[in-house]
Design a protein around this ligand. Structure first.
Ligand code: NAP
Length: 411
């Protein structure tokens, strides 16, 4: 049966890969909606190639510019902003929504799609980081599937078919360790955004590439897994696996460990998330196992990469704290890319934002959006006040009294 897909984040790394899969199986998948941010030149090409019924872009100005680039009649099918994303996510003709916008902007359209009864192929991990409890409850209420696109969660989703949920002992998420795995702590102060963007195994968008370098990406994935698989965070472990061949593992109570392996190409988890429960040929190179004999697994270095510890901590605190972590991280990553702060300061800004904001119970989506906004303002003010630079000059110990031991980073 043909799947009608609304693709949110069509111009991004995941979005472009989704369109490659759709192109490969034209009778099987049809694009009915596209949402993007600012890259209207690429969006125009995608519109011409896939003839969606509605599209959305970041702003009204971009919507007008896009309309001028397309034949007459298109202007009434172009929407913008949060409302535009939500409209594309809930368009009547779509049965499946691929959620691949980057960052917090992905939350409300994904939630709207769930409430409109659409099945979700989820790449936007921020949706579950910010609002996992609420989003999963809505998915159950509306009887929709949330199928993971993230390769680690896709791997766990597959490994979970090997046993009963009550027999799972723990989930093991693998992390490549990013480009700075072997750097010493001191040298991390000198790394540039260009170096941080140069991921050894995956080609991804800027934000997730920086998150991979700080290991915040793995922290966000821990929180994503906590909600997606309904498992306490104490039963989620992270191991650094530099080869990115074993995408994640499930350990059962009898000691059996089930893993999913594959070449590191996002088209494999994307195809599975779209074709599940069937499997489709991807045409990608097959895993050459004799060449993969050197597979290693190491515990993460929490001292060098405190972001991962911060994510565990925020997850345990619960309530609005994961949303605070996520928002502070988005601001800090953008500031690092703009060369306003240095690489280790990303985690310091996040830690300080978590310290400054109180946890709140989540009543509704508004509570989460308010926490997101408050965290952004707080993180901005931390960066702007150059608080961190002051501490660095004075050589003071970074003061994180509410955080678990091991997070005192000497500046
Ligand atoms: N890349 C991967 O391999 C990978 C793997 C697993 C999970 N993920 C997750 O998938 C998501 C996307 O990652 P990515 O690497 O594809 O990011 P990306 O390459 O930076 O693409 C982000 C996409 O989101 C769009 N966008 C940004 N802000 C928007 C807004 N306000 N409204 C509508 N669209 C907006 C961008 O549009 P413009 O470019 O047009 O501005 C672009 O299409 C992230 O949550 C990431 O964590 C990615």
């Amino acid at each position: 049966m043909q799947k009608n897909i609304s693709l949110l984040g069509s111009t991004g790394s995941i979005g472009r890969n989704v369109l490659k899969v759709v192109r490969q199986y034209p009778g099987r998948f049809r694009i009915v909606g596209l949402a993007a941010g600012r890259n209207i030149a690429l969006l125009r090409d995608q519109i011409e190639a896939f003839s969606p019924l509605a599209v959305s872009v970041a702003t009204e100005e971009l919507a007008a510019e896009l309309a001028r680039m397309l034949p007459g009649g298109w202007s009434e099918k172009i929407f913008f902003g949060r409302a535009g994303n939500e409209l594309v996510a809930t368009i009547a003709q779509a049965d499946t929504v691929v959620s691949a916008i980057v960052g917090a902007a992905g939350l409300t359209p994904t939630l709207a799609a769930i409430q409109a009864g659409k099945h979700i192929a989820l790449a936007n991990k921020e949706t579950l980081v910010m609002a996992g409890d609420l989003v999963m409850a809505e998915a159950r209420r509306h009887k929709v599937n949330i199928l993971p696109v993230d390769s680690e969660h896709n791997a766990i989703f597959q490994a979970l078919t090997a046993g009963r949920r009550e027999d799972v002992h723990k989930l093991i998420l693998t992390a490549s360790g990013g480009p700075f795995r072997d750097k010493n702590e001191r040298d991390l102060w000198d790394v540039t955004p260009e170096e941080a963007l140069n991921h050894p195994n995956w080609s991804m968008g800027h934000k997730i590439s920086i998150d991979s370098a700080t290991l915040m990406n793995k922290g966000l994935e821990v929180i994503e897994a906590r909600w997606l698989f309904d498992i306490e965070v104490e039963h989620i472990e992270v191991l650094v696996h530099p080869q990115s061949i074993v995408h994640s593992l499930v350990e059962y109570i009898d000691g059996s460990v089930i893993a999913q392996l594959g070449v590191p190409d996002m088209r494999i988890p994307i195809t599975y998330a779209l074709s599940w429960p069937e499997r489709l040929k991807t045409g990608l190179p097959r895993l050459n196992l004799p060449r993969c004999m050197d597979l290693s697994f190491l515990p993460p270095d929490f001292r060098k990469f405190p972001a991962l510890k911060l994510a565990y901590h925020a997850c345990k605190q619960g309530g609005t704290m994961p949303a605070v972590l996520n928002a502070a991280n988005e601001v800090a990553v953008a500031s690092f890319l703009a060369k306003k702060i240095r690489f280790p300061e990303i985690s310091l800004v996040v830690a300080e934002t978590l310290n400054r904001l109180a946890r709140k119970d989540i009543k509704d989506i508004e509570t989460i959006l308010e926490a997101d906004l408050a965290a952004r303002m707080q993180a901005e003010s931390i960066i702007e006040a150059l608080w961190i630079k002051f501490k660095q000059r004075t050589g003071q110990q970074y003061d994180t009294p509410d955080l678990p031991p091991g997070l005192h980073v000497k500046l």
